[in-house]
Design a protein around this ligand. Structure first.
Ligand SMILES: [Zn+2]
Length: 436
């Protein structure tokens, strides 16, 4: 069985011969010296008959590896930890993998993407792991289609706030450090797990339908902060109406003290830089965009990275919906504007349904993806269109999907034959005209 190359966009990540149902991570972090100590226990199952397994771990050094409590042999080269199980495990066998590791975490480069993963800030930490940065902080099976639940305990100096994807179960202070205990009970792919550490304060914005909060620097600009993030509770309510109930137990926006080039979604948590605190559509749209990823990307996750439009096209369309809802500009006007812009784009040819790793985060994936949804809406009508979105989330939350699944779903819900429609929008280079 081929172990690597489960996804051609991310060669060398993941191993399809085993799967993880739960990650239990015990971490200690020292900001001075950037030192991470980890003890990870993975609840696993063999998916084939295996006597060895490959685990993703980048930059950190494993010291001991245990399988079902017994020490086993391993080698660690590059970003792959190869573990010899010491016996043959039959497909379907449950087992526990424990890795003790430590080192200086740093983001990992790749051929096609910016660096991703654990990164030091001026005075704190950010983990921006999409798409290949998870192995920079924990040993994992780094595939988007291997979702698991998580328990994370992280000890950090007392004067820092630690935000991790999931619900805070408690904090325990001992000497100069505090251990933060988080749990994510909804299945989560490795790249959506995150840790954010900084000198932050917590602002509760709403308690229902789920707690909505911002974790931000104390010296934030009041007007800019309120203008960009003040509407988050209204956005949660609006998107819940359009896409179905918010899929996780809370939503947290972390605003780092540093400026960041782009914001990023994680599960139940999004990260923004200080520069996004402006009362300006350019910031507000990104607040809406990252929130919308909770439905499209995080609850419903692609099975392979070629289907990235199922995340970015949908989140971009959510921006346009919020634009209209909040009285900024109608969806139709935004669609017409971006249709003209994509038409005039002379970048390399792009196939939305398989853009290739080089163009995976090209702006056209976002805009043409949103235009595809708008064209679908115009074709089938508002009522059926939003029924397609709501049932898409309801049917697949916690799971993984493909573009083929979406086409079949849209046809089943609407009763329309959409084969030619999606072929033109998703698999031909030429941009179709918007239906009227
Ligand atoms: Zn996005």
């Amino acid at each position: 069985m081929s172990r690597t190359g489960t996804d051609p966009y991310l060669p060398g990540h993941g191993d399809v011969s085993w799967t993880v149902s739960h990650y239990d991570l015990d971490l200690g972090y020292k900001l001075i010296g950037n030192r991470l100590d980890g003890d990870a226990t993975l609840s696993c199952q063999a998916r084939a008959d295996i006597s060895a397994m490959e685990v993703d771990l980048a930059g950190l050094r494993p010291s001991k590896v245990f399988v079902d409590g017994r020490t086993v042999r391993f080698t660690h080269r590059g970003e792959r930890l190869k573990v010899t199980l010491g016996r043959q495990l039959q497909a379907g066998t449950d087992f526990t993998l424990r890795v003790r590791y430590a080192g200086t975490p740093r983001p990992t480069p790749s051929k096609h993407f910016d660096t991703a993963g654990w990164e030091e800030l001026e005075d704190g930490v950010i983990v921006a792991a999409q798409p290949h940065g998870a192995p920079t902080w924990f040993p994992c099976n780094d595939r988007p289609d291997d979702k698991a639940t998580y328990t994370v305990r992280l000890a950090a100096p007392n004067d820092y706030h630690v935000a991790i994807s999931g619900e805070l179960l408690g904090k325990r202070r001992a000497g100069s450090s505090t251990t933060w205990h988080y749990e994510m009970r909804h299945p989560m792919p490795t790249y959506l797990a995150t840790v954010q550490i900084g000198r932050y304060e917590v602002l509760e914005q709403a308690t229902s339908p789920v707690p909505v909060r911002v974790v931000a620097p104390v010296d934030r600009p009041r007007d800019g902060f309120q203008g960009a993030f003040g509407d988050q509770p209204r956005m949660v309510a609006f998107f819940s109406e359009r896409f179905g109930p918010y899929p996780f137990d809370s939503y947290t926006a972390v605003i780092t003290d540093d400026e960041l080039e782009i914001p990023l979604e994680s599960q139940a948590l999004s990260t923004f830089g200080r520069n996004f605190m402006e009362d300006d559509w350019g910031c507000i749209r990104l607040v809406a965009h990252e929130l919308a990823h909770q439905w499209f990307g995080n609850a419903v996750t692609l099975r392979a990275w070629r289907d990235i439009w199922l995340h970015e096209g949908f989140a971009c369309y959510a921006e346009w919906l919020w634009s209209e809802e909040s009285g900024v500009q109608s969806v139709a006007d935004r669609a017409a504007h971006h249709h003209a812009k994509v038409t005039g784009d002379h970048g390399p040819p792009l196939v939305l349904g398989d853009p290739g790793p080089e163009l995976m985060f090209d702006d056209r994936v976002y805009k043409r993806g949103a235009l595809t949804l708008h064209a679908l809406r115009t074709t089938v009508g508002d009522e059926l269109f939003f029924e397609v979105l709501r049932t898409w989330v309801a049917d697949h939350a916690g799971g993984n999907v493909t573009t083929v699944d979406f086409v079949a779903h849209a046809e089943a819900v609407t009763g329309h034959d959409l084969a030619a429609f999606f072929e033109a929008w998703l698999f031909e280079v030429a941009l179709p005209a918007l239906p009227t």
